[in-house]
Design a protein around this ligand. Structure first.
Ligand code: ZN
Length: 99
């Protein structure tokens, strides 16, 4: 396993994870429980991390990371159907696939 990216919030980590999975790259999000189980984990120094499981996927994963970071310049929007936040470049909701 190799760490690809340290996200500033869990949503960012999950979106990158989704993009990787859509490209058939096996990935794993660590420290993804920040916002659940209040009181269990100190809310400090526990940034979500996206890890790549297969070494052969690394180069492609870094290309996806670059695309992902370019998408961050646009404003996020919140899906009216499921209340999930989406990057501005997503035309349909990543969670429920509705506009
Ligand atoms: Zn939705």
């Amino acid at each position: 396993m190799r760490k690809l990216f340290t996200a500033s919030n869990i949503l960012e980590a999950q979106l990158l994870d989704l993009m990787l999975r859509n490209s058939s790259i096996r990935s794993h999000v660590k420290n993804d429980r920040l916002q659940s189980g209040v009181g269990e984990i100190p809310f400090v120094e526990m940034w979500p991390e996206v890890w790549i499981l297969e070494a052969e996927h690394w180069v492609k994963a870094t290309e996806i990371l670059r695309q992902f970071q370019q998408t961050r310049v646009t404003d996020d929007w919140v899906c009216p159907h499921c209340s999930e936040a989406n990057p501005g470049t997503f035309e349909t909701c990543w969670s429920c696939a509705k506009v």
